[in-house]
Design a protein around this ligand. Structure first.
Ligand SMILES: [Zn+2]
Length: 490
């Protein structure tokens, strides 16, 4: 879900996408920005400790969403049922775009359209892993996006164990020749998902690092927090000049079993079969709809999610629910009457496999006058904190007051936006507001076969819509100029 690094030259996209990984609640770049921002907290955090009065129309719209919204659920249910898994660049994603165009049109949005682009496409093949010796048994594995193929016969090699990413970094160049590296970096369950930033590099850049040390392949402990035999997929990347290697994720219980085998001190051999293929440039696209504002000079409020999912599941929480939340909130804003600013709903394509939609959007709309961007891409559980990157303290105060009855506390971090809006935020130095979702159980499901509709709680989903309509109503109608918070002086 989130990456904030600027758009990159296309030839480097594979490697760089690792750092902007889909699904990251807080990217490394965002963390750096947050750390920088913490030194300037006073610039963007109000000292007002008490709530302001909330516009009664806004309060009524918020409370109605909380009690009665069905649009977010209908979208989440519809996309997961009628389209299903929809990996970027595939025929399934194309069906998802057709579904999205029909849905946004039916909901009454203006200027509903698809903006297509081409992208390199990788598709999964067979995937098996088994310990050959000394304790023969099968393990649950899935290929990481961008993995190369072992060929149908597979790769059999000795495992070299790295308890942490840092241990792999310390391995001498050439020391892994002909071996399968194994990183068993563990992720911890956190409400804000911050452990993803700690554990994520094992997937994002671990395969590249192992390849530079001569490894023939790599398996990692899945980046997740569940106790099921569901490996977590996700993108990885290789630097230009580094030959991709077969790269898989073991389920967490299987990775722990492998750790126990290795602790017995005997050489452990694995046979890994991963046969993904690159199928060249394929079409993907962004789907857009708008709520037209009355004042074209006031700029555009951009709200985003991503329409694609990984192929292992129906992507109910990553990110069908995000598309449901932003569209439902915009639909409710529409019902409140013409807002001052145009609100543009972006259902981005091909996020998981490299943020292709977000980059294409930023390129196609680099001269549009956006003023603020927001994204929902961290599941379907309740919003618990709001963070701002807003120059206007008064606007931030109004939003904080409006979401407070929903149990949303005001954070002190600089809002970072999200993966799909990252490129346009970077290009235009846009303001953003983050309605942070509770990520406690998000990484149980993230990029696994378990990311299905039954995990979505309709009550929490409605709370999201309520928080979004409150924030959106303030931003779309504010008389103030909307701009990012001033950058802290050195
Ligand atoms: Zn996502």
């Amino acid at each position: 879900m989130i990456g904030l690094a600027p758009p990159l030259a296309s030839g480097r996209s594979r490697f760089n996408r690792a750092w902007q990984d889909a699904g990251a609640p807080i990217s490394l770049a965002a963390m750096t920005r947050i750390q920088l921002a913490l030194g300037a907290t006073a610039l963007f955090v109000s000292t007002t400790a008490f709530a302001q009065a909330v516009d009664p129309r806004l309060a009524a719209a918020r409370d109605d969403a909380l009690a009665n919204d069905t649009v977010a659920w209908d979208i989440t249910e519809g996309l997961t049922t009628e389209v299903g898994p929809r990996q970027g660049g595939t025929e399934a994603e194309a069906r998802g775009r057709a579904w999205a165009l029909a849905k946004l049109t039916a909901l009454g949005f203006a200027n509903v359209r698809e903006e297509s682009f081409m992208m390199p496409t990788w598709v999964r093949g067979d995937e098996t892993a088994e310990i050959v010796s000394p304790f023969p048994q099968k393990m649950a594995v899935t290929a990481l996006g961008g993995s190369s193929s072992t060929g149908a016969k597979g790769l059999e090699a000795e495992i070299v164990y790295f308890p942490t990413y840092a241990d792999l970094e310390a391995a001498p160049v050439g020391s892994l020749k002909g071996k399968i590296a194994f990183i068993s970096h563990s992720m911890i369950r956190t409400q804000d998902g911050s452990s993803y930033g700690f554990a994520g590099p094992a997937r994002w850049t671990g395969p590249n690092l192992a390849a530079t040390k001569g490894a023939a392949g790599i398996v990692i402990k899945s980046i997740g927090t569940d106790r099921h035999r569901n490996p977590h997929t996700g993108g990885t990347g290789f630097q230009p000049g580094v030959k991709p290697i077969p790269s898989g994720a073991l389920s967490i219980p299987d990775a722990e079993n492998l750790e126990r085998m290795l602790k017995r001190g005997r050489p452990v051999r694995m046979k890994l079969v991963l046969t993904p293929r690159d199928i060249g440039q394929q079409r993907s696209g962004n789907v857009i709809g708008e709520v037209l504002g009355s004042d074209p000079q006031a700029g555009i409020v951009l709200i985003a999610c991503h329409l694609d999912s990984w192929d292992l599941a129906t992507g109910a929480t990553d990110d069908a629910s995000g598309c449901g939340i932003v569209a439902a909130a915009a639909k409710r804003l529409m019902a409140m009457g013409t807002p001052r600013r145009t609100v543009r709903v972006l259902w981005a394509g091909a996020e998981e496999v490299g943020i292709h939609g977000g980059r294409a959007y930023a390129e196609a709309h680099k001269t549009d006058r956006h003023v603020v961007a927001m994204e929902s891409d961290f599941g379907a559980d309740r919003v618990w904190r709001v963070d701002f990157n807003l120059g206007s303290t008064a606007v931030a105060d109004r939003i904080a007051s409006a979401v407070r009855p929903l149990g949303v506390t005001r954070g002190q971090r600089l809002a970072g936006g999200g993966a799909d809006i990252g490129p346009i935020i970077a290009a235009q130095s846009l303001a953003s507001v983050d309605l942070q979702q509770d990520g406690t159980r998000y990484f149980d499901l993230h990029h696994t076969p378990d990311d299905t509709l039954d995990k979505v709680d309709p009550v929490q989903l409605r709370q999201n819509v309520a928080a979004w309509v409150a924030a959106l109503s303030v931003l779309a109608n504010a008389s103030e100029v909307l701009a990012a918070a001033p950058v802290a002086a050195e």
